[in-house]
Design a protein around this ligand. Structure first.
Ligand SMILES: Cc1cc2nc3c(=O)[nH]c(=O)nc-3n(C[C@H](O)[C@H](O)[C@H](O)COP(=O)(O)OP(=O)(O)OC[C@H]3O[C@@H](n4cnc5c(N)ncnc54)[C@H](O)[C@@H]3O)c2cc1C
Length: 597
């Protein structure tokens, strides 16, 4: 039964059974029958996990246990402030993953922030609210994800508007952001009032934010798990607890069934087990979910055998097919005084005043998004100045969906937020994002412990097409920033090639008609980063060789085990993935409840 008395317990003895593990992941029925048990055990209280915990516990006769490795989101001040989300990055509430050294990036490792608290990455993200392009979901359906087409997803986008994150539609914009949108319009890119309609993502406009009426972050943790939901007697939420592995029982004819999970609060601390009479639902995110599956013996057998993990089922696709939105870092353009919001990063007095305004009135820069606006275009648009015709693969979701995004930040952001222009220097920063990459990466185990981060090889730019599309995209941006009225806001040089004393305003200072592809390529390789939207490491599909879960999100060949989070995306989305993750979890809840077939 769920534990009504103590909410958000961090001691597993409040809701689980002490357990002495053996090496096998398969446990006899006489052992599992002694465990404390819930109808559903959800592994990972992140974006998707919060949605499922809320929906599945709506029926008071159903017991649900949600297990989150991080702490509660309550009282995390910087998580609440829209403009200050980056203060959460690198904190105790970030898993602080990094990629393995990337061959294409001079062996650099790349940061991979992921939320480690209730709400998961939706508690540390930039709060951009975007449903992405309807063609994304029709492409999923075509790829074998039956039942996930755009019409179906539209119903869940609608449903989440009621109980999910609140949506702010009129957030403040800096003058330079407005100038960007006008310049884009001047180049023939249609202006968008709302990215969340059936018209799709292509166009230029200000983003809506997952921000509530008080201008606080609004996330699955603050909405689906609002206080009255947390008080439900049939819902137990365990925090600061790692799920180490799923445990299985064998049924008639050797059929495998997920029986529960093994959990702990530290590497060497005591272990506990907890049973799931109906299902274990893994919502650990794009790195956490494949890690838990691999530790449970469900993954590529040769990888598991090397780490002496007993193979429960050989599943070659676990941790394969990772897709990420890659960008050449943030490109900083020298701006003139008065157009940007640099004073928030450059002056403590200004930052303090902005914070006070946010606290007292919910207004001012702190109440606005950091990534304020987006320009979504297609790399095959012949009307736009992309420069030399470099070969690029057709990875579009459909005939209208974009494959490039320009994300506008109204201040100088150097080296991915590790620095800002000094006082008196101003900047506007742009993330140039390849939305539909061809290169795929892997998530593998480093060790056989959940306390060691997995090996994440994003494999950036392995396919030349991904490099070419970004070279074209950067050249287009260099043209765009020289278009009025944006050009009035900026103070750009026009260098033909990289200057001797390269500074953080390179490559923005490059002449778009003269800079070489090689100079742009060198910039991309030197500064390239993740746009932090990885997906597809435990893909949905019908073939167990190339996918992990079927279209009902059930793990192939195992009863009572599902995966629900960004890892199941069959392909990348042409935009920001958080809202699609929530909609996927909404539909998963209906699948589990049997409301839809
Ligand atoms: C810096 C940043 C900014 C972003 N900005 C945006 C944005 O503005 N808009 C947008 O749409 N998207 C944005 N994203 C992406 C988006 O937030 C994610 O794609 C989405 O939240 C992922 O949801 P998820 O459920 O797949 O995983 P998560 O939300 O990461 O949930 C996984 C949860 O599982 C827990 N967990 C993992 N392993 C275990 C284990 N073994 N035991 C117990 N618990 C475990 C984790 O702690 C976490 O809480 C951003 C991402 C980052 C990092």
């Amino acid at each position: 039964m769920g534990h009504a008395a103590s909410k958000l317990p961090s001691d597993p003895s409040a809701y689980a059974t002490p357990f002495v593990p053996e090496s096998s992941n398969i446990v006899p029925d006489e052992v599992t029958s002694k465990w404390r048990s819930y109808d559903y055990v959800i592994v990972g209280g992140g974006t998707a996990g919060c949605v499922l915990a809320s929906r599945l516990s709506e029926d008071r006769g159903t017991t649900v246990l949600l297990l989150e490795a991080g702490e509660s989101n309550d009282g995390k001040f910087f998580s609440r402030i829209p403009l200050a989300f980056e203060r959460m990055l690198g904190s105790a509430h970030d898993w602080c993953y990094r990629t393995t050294p990337q061959q294409s990036l001079h062996e650099r490792t790349v940061e991979y922030p992921r939320g480690k608290l209730l709400g998961g990455t939706s508690s540390i993200n930039a709060m951009i609210y975007q449903q992405c392009d309807p063609e994304d979901f029709d492409a999923w359906e075509t790829r074998g994800a039956t039942g996930w087409d755009s019409n179906t997803m539209a119903k869940y986008f609608q449903k989440m508007r009621k109980d999910g994150p609140k949506v702010a539609t009129d957030l403040d914009l800096a003058p330079v952001t407005k100038a960007f949108l006008e310049a884009a319009e001047g180049m023939g890119i249609p202006r968008k009032q709302d990215f969340n309609t059936s018209a799709g993502a292509a166009g230029a406009g200000a983003f809506y934010g997952a921000v509530d009426e008080k201008h606080d972050r609004s996330s699955p943790a603050t909405t689906y798990l609002r206080p009255e939901v947390r008080q439900r007697p049939n819902l137990t939420i365990g925090v600061s607890v790692h799920t180490e592995r799923v445990l299985f029982t064998l049924g008639a004819g050797g059929s495998l069934r997920a029986a529960g999970v093994q959990i702990s609060t530290s590497r060497d601390g005591p272990k506990f087990a907890v049973g799931a009479s109906r299902e274990v639902i893994v919502c650990g995110g794009v790195f956490g979910s494949p890690q838990v599956l691999l530790l449970s013996g469900t993954g590529p057998s040769e990888q598991l055998e090397k780490l002496k993990i007993p193979v429960v089922r050989n599943m070659p696709a676990v941790g394969r097919g990772l897709l990420d939105h890659f960008c050449p870092g943030t490109i900083v353009f020298r701006a003139r005084e008065g157009w940007t919001w640099d004073n928030v990063t450059q002056s403590q007095a200004h930052a303090a005043w902005a914070l006070l305004r946010w606290l007292m009135f919910g207004t001012g820069p702190m109440s606005a998004l950091c990534g304020q606006a987006g320009i979504f275009i297609r790399s095959d648009d012949k009307s736009l100045p992309y420069g030399p015709d470099l070969p690029v693969k057709d990875t579009f979701s459909g005939p209208k969906a974009p494959d490039l995004e320009y994300l506008i930040f109204p201040m100088g952001i150097i080296d991915y937020g590790h620095g800002f222009p000094s006082r008196g220097n101003y900047g506007v920063s742009v993330g140039v994002i390849n939305l539909k990459p061809s290169s795929t990466g892997t998530v593998e185990l480093r060790t056989n412990s959940v306390y060691d981060a997995p090996l994440i090889n994003a494999n950036y730019l392995a396919d030349k097409s991904d490099l070419n599309v970004l070279i074209k995209a950067v050249r287009f941006l260099l043209h765009l920033v020289r278009t009025p009225p944006l050009s009035d806001a900026l103070d750009l040089r026009n260098y033909e090639s990289k200057p001797e004393n390269e500074d953080y305003y390179w490559i923005g200072d490059a002449d778009p008609d003269k800079v070489s592809d090689e100079d742009i390529e060198a910039f991309i390789r030197k500064y390239g980063q993740s746009a932090t939207h990885p997906t597809s490491s435990a893909r949905m599909g019908s073939d167990p060789e190339t996918s992990v879960v079927d279209p009902r999100l059930c793990v192939h060949g195992i009863q009572g085990l599902r995966v629900v989070d960004a890892s199941v995306f069959p392909d990348q989305v042409s935009g920001h993935p958080c809202v699609p993750v929530i909609a996927v979890a909404e539909r998963a809840a209906d699948l589990i409840k049997g409301v839809v077939a």
